[in-house]
Each structure stands twice: as C-alpha cells, then as structure tokens.
Design a protein around this ligand. Structure first.
Ligand code: ZN
Length: 145
C-alpha cells in the first residue's frame, strides 16, 4: 500500500510538472514543432525548453523563443535586427519582452522559465523567433488554459 501511494504521488508530481513545461523542437527550417502553447494557469512558473535538432550554426539558422503580446511581435522583431546574434536579435531591457531564450544553433538546446503572474487574461500572446527573416514564419499562439 505504501509503495502504491508513493508511486501515485510520483505520478501526480510528474503530471503537474508536465503541465508547467513544454518542449519545442526546431531544425534547419523556419518552423517550430508546435504553433500553440497552452500554459496551465495554476503554474507558479512555466518553462519552455527549445531544442535545435538541425546542423546549421546559430549565425546561419539560429532560433530562439520569445514571448510577448501578439500586438508587440513585429515591433520587437524589427528593433532586434540591428542588435545582432550576440544580443539574440532582441532590443535591450525591453519591457514588451515577457520571456526569451538565447539564440541557438544546430545540436544546441536552451530553456527559459517565467512567472505567469504578469500575463493578463484577455490579452492575446504570441511566441516567435527574432532571427532576421524568421518572425513571420516562426510564430505561434501562447494561451493560459
Ligand atoms: Zn528562427
């Protein structure tokens, strides 16, 4: 009985963790493995793991994962272009950026964890890649569910 309870507890912990974490894969194409991420509203912290399974280096086919209000995506991406790959093609200290990973190349992975407390219900949120030329293709919807 005791081992059953322990096993059940581990299973519940696993489920809770799964809800607050998502793995997104990218490769040598302008595409995320998913175009919609739904975060459980009860998560204290939400984690996005980005895995680049391609072979091209970050300077040629870099990708990141950036979260903002849907209406801010284009302005952030445009402001990020002159910043270069060293700054992950993102403007410095920009409050419109709610979460962001660094730019990674083939064979690399990265992650970002952030609180959902700052997100408001009723606002449309989006995630995107800020690498120049990628944003219109690499864009998805972020929802609190
Ligand atoms: Zn990209």
């Amino acid at each position: 009985m005791r081992s059953l309870i322990v096993a059940l507890g581990a299973l519940l912990a696993l489920n809770a963790a799964a809800d607050c974490e998502v793995k997104i894969e990218v490769g040598d194409a302008l595409k995320y493995s998913t175009t919609e991420v739904i975060a459980n509203a009860s998560c204290k912290e939400f984690t996005v793991e980005l895995i680049h399974s391609g072979t091209l280096p970050a300077v040629a086919m870099g990708h990141n994962w950036v979260l903002s209000a849907d209406s801010d995506v284009d302005a952030i991406a445009t402001a990020g272009i002159p910043m270069g790959v060293a700054k992950n093609y993102l403007p410095d200290d920009d409050d419109r950026i709610l979460a962001a990973t660094k730019i990674i190349g083939g064979g690399e992975s990265t992650s970002v964890s952030f609180s959902l407390d700052d997100l408001e219900s009723g606002t449309a949120y989006a995630f995107f890649c800020s690498f120049p030329g990628h944003t219109s293709m690499m864009r998805g919807v972020f929802k609190i569910g």
